[in-house]
Design a protein around this ligand. Structure first.
Ligand SMILES: Nc1ncnc2c1ncn2[C@@H]1O[C@H](COP(=O)(O)OP(=O)(O)OP(=O)(O)O)[C@@H](O)[C@H]1O
Ligand SMILES: [Mg+2]
Length: 402
């Protein structure tokens, strides 16, 4: 068995300092370490060894080193005495997307449209790489398609945020414990594996098999959840009450002892809600309103269009990860260009208004708005706001000083 350690020498070694435990999962624990010579952090996922089986995380991540939006494998070590595996990973310092979603829900704040584009684009690129080898150098030439099968916010790590606003800039897809090399003939999922609320409509307790199209649904669902605060499913509790009244308890709960939540979330119908509806027109059922932490902002129809293509109910109609990633890359640029034009217009309007005020107050000639450089146009949401504010403050400051 290979024990490649490209960056950190053997593990553990006196060069490594344990910092703290990050998480305790169902399969094992995740720890943060420092590599003393380089003063850099790395993460170790510890789990029980399965004899003669290399963990799926390692089998997959060995092939994805060139993928910008997939967590990097730094090494793997098996201790045959204790029968423990250690998977060494790059550290993503800003936690996982699940924690970010909770933080936003508690503060009742929303994600900016730019954040949604970034996360969606990067996840689609990660999937295009896994499904087709696009970006690996093996696209169309000997790439064995990989499916993730457990895409959810807990498995999306935040690697870079905007230091002044805290907005997410870069993410990495992680946790390949349930991933598989995709073989349409034999691909199946153990009944009860994965996280059923993120399953696509075509996957259910009878047909557990997972496909690339199911991964695409999951990233669409993740964007849906970030935008709305709720997933593209009906309310599982309400559904469960109705089902038990109509048909009694499902066999999977009664006889097979499966987790209640897992079963209801697998069975509950999928329901997609658009993200481009003005707040005053957002009519929702009562239970859905209860599940909202806040109203959904009105996002662009362009972003909504792509989310809808990822969330097509019919898997045959669903867009592929590669097509989605290319479309999103082009349209994100279009979105940013439109934002720049808007910012320019807003800056010009602010300057005009200030000029008007100045005229009303008979201010001096040197306050003509040539100081407003409407050509230095910003290129991100935060910068757009900063720019407009800056222009306003510049002019208001000057007026006040007079
Ligand atoms: N490289 C990393 N950088 C930062 N945090 C990480 C990293 N890897 C994992 N984590 C944290 O640990 C959690 C669990 O890791 P991971 O999803 O890989 O393991 P797991 O086996 O799925 O655990 P579980 O059984 O809970 O699903 C992640 O949700 C994340 O919060
Ligand atoms: Mg996980």
């Amino acid at each position: 068995m290979s024990t490649e350690m490209p960056h950190f020498g053997d593990f553990p070694s006196p060069n490594h300092t344990w910092e703290r435990q990050l998480q305790k999962g169902s399969e094992g624990t995740v720890h943060l370490f420092t590599h003393k010579p380089s003063a850099s952090f790395f993460v170790v996922k510890h789990m029980k060894s399965k004899p003669d089986v290399i963990p799926m995380d390692v089998q997959v991540l060995r092939h994805t080193r060139n993928a910008a939006s997939i967590v990097k494998l730094l090494g793997f070590r098996r201790n045959s005495r204790t029968m423990r595996d250690s998977i060494l990973l790059e550290y993503c310092p800003h936690g996982d997307l699940h924690d970010h979603n909770i933080k936003h829900a508690k503060a009742r704040t929303d994600y900016t449209e730019e954040t949604l584009w970034r996360v969606f684009l990067q996840l689609s690129q990660a999937l295009a790489f896994l499904h087709t080898g696009f970006g690996s150098g093996k696209y169309g030439n000997g790439w064995m398609p990989i499916i993730h099968r457990d895409i959810k916010p807990e498995n999306v790590l935040i690697s870079r945020i905007n230091p002044s606003t805290g907005a997410i800039l870069d993410i990495k897809l992680a946790d390949f414990g349930l991933a598989a090399f995709y073989d349409p003939e034999s691909d199946w999922m153990r009944k009860g594996a994965g996280t059923s609320c993120w399953w696509p409509p075509e996957q259910n307790l009878e047909n557990c098999s997972a496909t690339p199209a199911g991964d695409v649904w999951a990233i669409g669902a993740l964007i849906h959840a970030m935008a709305h605060t709720f997933m593209p499913i009906e309310d599982p509790e309400e559904f469960a009450r109705w089902w038990v009244e109509e048909y009694g308890w499902p066999r999977e709960i009664e006889e097979e002892g499966m987790s209640e939540w897992f079963v209801w979330e697998a069975m509950v119908p999928r329901k997609v809600v658009s993200i481009n509806i003005p707040i005053e027109q957002q009519t929702l059922g009562s239970s859905e309103r209860d599940r909202r932490a806040r109203p959904t902002p009105r996002y662009s129809s362009l972003l909504n269009h792509h989310m809808m293509r990822a969330l097509a109910m019919d898997p045959a109609q669903r867009i592929s990860a590669l097509a989605l990633s290319i479309q999103l890359e082009i349209d994100f640029d279009i979105f940013k260009a439109a934002r720049k034009r808007e910012a320019k217009k807003a800056a010009e309007a602010a300057a005009d208004r200030i000029l008007e005020l100045k005229r009303e107050r008979g201010a001096a000639k040197e306050l003509e708005p040539e100081a407003v450089n409407v050509d230095s146009v910003p290129n991100s949401d935060d910068e757009v706001e900063d720019e407009v504010l800056e222009v306003k403050n510049l002019w208001l400051g000057r007026l006040r000083r007079r």
